[in-house]
Design a protein around this ligand. Structure first.
Ligand code: MF3
Ligand code: CO
Ligand code: CO
Length: 353
């Protein structure tokens, strides 16, 4: 997914909405002491930076690591392994090694027969890679090991792992654990019993990207988390089911938001679905929340839908790594994503095995 206003031009695209998205300067200074208030981001950020040493003194380590009302520990960055090589014969997308930060390209992805076949092939490969990655999810495995497996399977199939080198992203897949909303960087962190983890795979095959993600359970996951994951998946499926030529894109946001509301879950607003095809992120921007945006789906158009639902706050905070996005209150977030093709009768899910 991409972020929609431009405090952070390095970030894939830009922001949407009212720029509630901000970067922390230290991972030790998150919430508890400094509650986020609308319009006071900057102040909160500076204050927390100044007092981050003090917070360590005032609150012992345990208090900082643990989340309120939860046995779960706050997510922390691990060690990121060196960049994995891609054989020279595999074609790279144009953004790799380019200094220019990628954004959302204008113009929709609408395909002819040949383009549709290429989209089907990249979608299918992305789905197979995701399914295989999902089988690896269990307590004890590191997200870096998942990255390794994803990387290998993609290059074995003659494709390029789209995230690798995208705006400087250092790995081949995104792995977003627990309160991580999206864009988690695979690292040395071991998956623990009770975690949830979203794996987001994008492959670049024969000049076309296929983009898909799912949230998996690590061992025994409690009822609260299971339900969040279940409802998030339903949101995606319901949204896909209303897609067809001529349908307004804003129906997607309404469908997702209505269902999330029913379960009292939040819908993250700053990250959006997108056109996908020859370009990784292009028009249209797909909002997952209720909106009055204009624009209608077109026959043979491809785009993603990728709702992110949360149990608590929908406000994102970005880590110092400039990628990892977590909920401000540390509450769980789940996501599912498909690349779809608008057909005469509705929509075809391209990211299926
Ligand atoms: N796959 C993500 C999406 O759904 C984008 C990841 S970009 C990366 O749009 F650089 F973070 F990998
Ligand atoms: Co996407
Ligand atoms: Co994705």
């Amino acid at each position: 997914m991409v972020a929609g206003c431009a405090i952070q031009p390095r970030i894939i695209s830009s922001f949407l909405g009212d720029c509630r998205f901000f970067q922390t300067t230290s991972i030790d200074d998150l919430p508890r002491l400094f509650r986020y208030t609308r319009g006071r981001n900057h102040v909160a950020m500076l204050t927390s930076r100044t007092f981050s040493g003090l917070t360590n003194l005032l609150f012992n380590r345990r208090t900082i690591e643990e989340l309120p009302n939860s046995k779960r520990k706050r997510l922390r960055p691990g060690k990121v392994s060196p960049r994995r090589p891609v054989p020279a014969h595999i074609p790279r997308p144009p953004y790799v090694n380019s200094k220019k930060p990628p954004g959302i390209a204008s113009g929709p992805e609408v395909h002819d027969k040949k383009g549709i076949e290429c989209m089907r092939a990249s979608g299918k490969l992305a789905a197979q890679v995701l399914q295989n990655a999902g089988t690896l999810v269990k307590p004890g495995i590191t997200t870096d090991e998942i990255d390794q497996a994803v990387h290998q399977m993609i290059i074995d199939n003659g494709a390029y792992p789209s995230p690798l080198g995208y705006g400087g992203f250092p790995k081949s897949v995104c792995t977003s654990v627990n309160e991580c909303i999206c864009h988690g960087i695979p690292d040395s962190r071991v998956l623990e019993d009770g975690d949830i983890v979203n794996i987001d795979v994008t492959v670049y095959l024969n000049g076309y990207h296929g983009d898909t993600s799912a949230t998996y359970f690590v061992g025994d996951v409690d009822e609260e988390a299971r339900n969040l994951v279940k409802v998030t998946k339903e949101c995606l499926n319901n949204a896909i089911s209303i897609c067809a030529p001529g349908v307004e894109f804003n129906k997607i946001g309404k469908t997702i938001h209505d269902r999330a509301d029913k379960h009292h879950y939040g819908v993250v607003q700053q990250f959006v679905g997108h056109g996908v095809g020859r370009v990784f992120h292009s028009d249209p921007v797909i909002l997952h929340y209720r909106n009055n945006g204009r624009g209608r789906m077109v026959l043979n158009q491809t785009f993603t839908i990728e709702p992110m639902l949360t149990i608590g706050s929908i406000n994102p905070i970005m880590w110092d790594d400039n990628w990892t996005v977590v909920t401000e209150d540390g509450s769980l977030s789940a996501q599912f994503e498909h690349t779809i093709l608008i057909t005469e009768n509705g929509a075809e899910i391209l990211t299926q095995c």
